[in-house]
Design a protein around this ligand. Structure first.
Ligand SMILES: C[S@@+](CC[C@H](N)C(=O)[O-])C[C@H]1O[C@@H](n2cnc3c(N)ncnc32)[C@H](O)[C@@H]1O
Length: 207
């Protein structure tokens, strides 16, 4: 595997030195996408938030700014991502507003009906079985809770689809596929938005 492919594969599970580089890079590289994606949260109130597949933790810190009264739990299965999210959010952790957990979205280490909002930025491509993982998200949300997915690929654009060929176990999804999996997991009121110029999408649903 060449260096470029090795680096790309770090997006799936950041590990070691390259993983640290990638987690830091994602904090910068995904900022614009996440800013746009968070605009889909207008009108959504939340006091308990979980950011799934939190990577370097930049989106967790932005959510804490947007929801100044909320507490946020960030989760990732990569130790490198967990450590970087802790570093990025050290002040919020000290203030008791943020906690960071190592865990897999396929079996979330949380009790049922805990969160008002779950977010997933640039991560569902790697989840092991969309419906099963979405059912876990559904379980940990309170009734009426919201689930936001934000992807830089709409599942049809050629540039990003190329990455699926070089990153092991990565899958891109269309809005329709995401909506179907959300419905099957029990979600309703599903709404999608598409960026006017980029292949960026958000899908927002309610429990
Ligand atoms: C491309 S990064 C995105 C990180 C961050 N959300 C962002 O937008 O910058 C994907 C992250 O999802 C995490 N991830 C992938 N599959 C996961 C799973 N099944 N459970 C928990 N975390 C997962 C990876 O470890 C990685 O940190």
């Amino acid at each position: 595997m060449g260096l470029f492919q090795k680096l790309c594969n770090q997006t799936r599970t950041p590990e070691g030195f390259l993983g640290k580089l990638m987690a830091g890079g994602m904090n910068i590289g995904h900022a614009k996408l996440a800013e746009w994606g968070m605009s889909s949260l207008r009108g959504i109130d939340a006091s308990a938030i979980v950011d799934l597949g939190c990577g370097g933790g930049r989106n967790a810190s932005e959510l804490l700014k947007r929801y100044p009264k909320a507490k946020l739990t960030a989760l990732d299965y990569s130790k490198v991502s967990v450590e970087m999210t802790k570093k990025t959010n050290r002040q919020a952790i000290r203030a008791g507003r943020c906690s960071v957990v190592q865990g897999n979205v396929a079996a979330l280490p949380f009790e049922a009906d805990r969160f008002d909002l779950a977010t997933a930025f640039e991560t569902v491509y790697f989840w092991p079985g969309l419906e099963k993982c979405f059912a876990e998200v559904h379980r940990v949300l309170k009734p009426g809770g919201a689930f936001l997915i934000c992807n830089e690929s709409d599942g049809t654009d050629e540039v990003t689809l190329r990455y699926a060929k070089i990153i092991d176990g990565m899958a891109y999804y269309t809005v329709q596929q995401l909506q179907n999996a959300m419905k099957a997991a029990g979600f309703s009121e599903i709404k999608a938005e598409h960026h006017p110029e980029m292949p960026w999408i958000t899908v927002l649903a309610r429990k």
